[in-house]
Design a protein around this ligand. Structure first.
Ligand code: EPU
Length: 429
């Protein structure tokens, strides 16, 4: 049964929120565990539906998955044999493509469903394919399935024509068990790329330079088991930081790496919020109406595209006119129509949104069209006067761990309700 969030806005929140493990690291580390002969104990795994989908896929592939506690799993792929990974659920996930790099690395072949994921316009995987081909793999797409096969996977120089998180990680996975040295140039530098490299190195890989634009992978024969703890989620933390500023709240956001949040901290300070950096926490206090800002999203260390809908929602309440330019995707402003229903004044022209701040938003019935758009609507609903109802919340639960529980614990008024089937349809069933 689908359900929706009902938010009574206007409350000022106060208290502490604990951030979970990084989604975009976890969705690569779980498939990477199929490369390991031995038990991988993975800690700080986020409790989100994308991870539950991965655990289901691994189990269906014959991998042994054991849950130790709510955020720790043990994965043992020792007895895994290369098999086609073409389950329906994979067509809805972007990260399903990581199984190509992982299985190709370990078995020299892979058959994986074409990936899905949030709809931000065209999302090609040409750079992944180019990388696999450089390492000696044949790649073909037939009937929605990617077939990769290499007689001999060997290291090579791979130059990325666009800076891509997915392609950088995928080529890193494929190169880990390849013969010889691979050099990835123009690599993406996001914290989760460093995290995936650290995971692989803990299991015996030889990867240097992750976090810079040149990564060197010296292929090893085999990976062994070990224990690894995933870094905190930069975007979950950033979302609560922006939420605090938008609702004039006082939130202590725990289990973060403040360095990963610097670009968000800098923008929030520029807009007028108080941000205090502690050892493994940040405290954000909203300070009246935010100021206007100019923002352009870029690959790391630029302002992350995955924070664009949330910061645009904050700027919808600013004193003055702001400009937000999307520098990564062609079409990541689909949520703007929903904010307009709540009284926001935003004009979008291609990759640029001009946001004329209003003094307040008003509650409305809206729909989340993707994960971060959904988070932006929760921020808008909490900042708005009156009641907001958000449908499409399964998008939010793909990537935010227990968001409603965390927000209610600091004073938010949000309830989760089933969406009733209209009686005319109920009777017809
Ligand atoms: N691109 C290509 N060719 C490729 C790969 C990418 O042209 O072969 C383009 C894309 O179309 C896009 C740009 O390069 O315009 C960057 O895409 P990237 O490959 O970096 O994105 P991704 O790996 O598909 C991951 C995250 C996204 C996040 C981006 C950018 C995962 C599963 N997804 O996607 O996360 O927006 O990196 O940081 O890691 C989210 O969490 O909400 C989310 C969408």
């Amino acid at each position: 049964m689908p359900y929706k969030y009902t938010i009574n806005g206007g409350a000022r929140l106060k208290g502490a929120i604990n951030v979970g493990g990084c989604k975009n690291a976890a969705v690569a580390i779980l498939p990477a565990a199929t490369m390991v002969r031995g038990v991988c104990r993975i800690e700080n795994v986020p409790r989100i539906s994308d991870i539950y989908a991965w655990l289901d896929i691994l189990t269906r592939m014959g991998v042994s998955v054991r849950s130790i506690n709510e955020t720790t799993v043990e994965i043992d792929s020792t007895s895994l044999r290369s098999i086609p990974a073409t389950f329906d659920v994979m067509r809805e996930m972007r990260a399903s493509y990581y199984l190509i790099g992982a299985l190709l690395s370990r078995f020299g072949e892979a058959q994986v469903s074409m990936p899905g994921g949030c709809d931000f316009g065209v999302r090609p995987i040409d750079q992944h394919i180019k990388g696999f081909r450089s390492l000696g793999s044949d790649i073909e797409v037939r009937n929605g399935i990617i077939h990769a096969k290499a007689e001999h996977l060997a290291g090579n120089h791979v130059y990325m024509d666009v800076v891509s998180v997915g392609a950088t990680i995928n080529v890193m996975l494929a190169a880990t068990l390849a013969d010889g040295m691979t050099v990835i140039e123009n690599a993406a530098k996001e914290p989760h790329i460093v995290d995936v490299a650290n995971f692989l190195n803990t299991m015996g890989a030889d990867i240097k330079g992750a976090g810079t634009d040149m990564i060197k992978i010296n292929g090893v024969r085999e990976l062994h088991g070990g224990t690894y703890s995933i870094i905190p989620d930069q975007i979950e933390a950033g979302t609560y930081m922006v939420l605090a500023a938008a609702t004039e709240s006082d939130l202590l956001i725990n289990n973060v790496i403040p360095k990963h949040l610097e670009c968000i901290t800098a923008k929030l300070r520029e807009i007028g919020a108080d941000v205090e950096e502690l050892d493994e926490a940040v405290r954000v206090r909203g300070n009246g109406r935010p100021g206007k800002a100019m923002i352009k999203t870029m690959p790391h260390p630029g302002f992350p595209t995955d924070m664009q809908p949330q910061i645009a929602t904050l700027l919808a309440l600013a004193d003055g006119t702001s400009v937000v330019t999307e520098g990564v995707y062609d079409n990541r402003f689909r949520y703007v129509d929903e904010l307009r229903r709540m009284g926001a004044h935003i004009q979008v022209d291609g990759k640029v949104a001009v946001i004329e701040g209003v003094a307040g938003l008003t509650g409305a019935a809206v729909r989340a069209c993707d994960l971060r758009a959904g988070a932006a609507l929760v921020i808008a609903g909490l900042a708005a006067a009156g009641r907001t109802e958000i449908e499409g919340v399964s998008h939010i639960e793909r990537g935010y761990e227990m968001m409603i529980e965390k927000l209610c614990a600091v004073g938010a008024d949000i309830s989760v309700r089933e969406i009733e089937t209209p009686s005319v349809i109920r009777e017809a069933l």
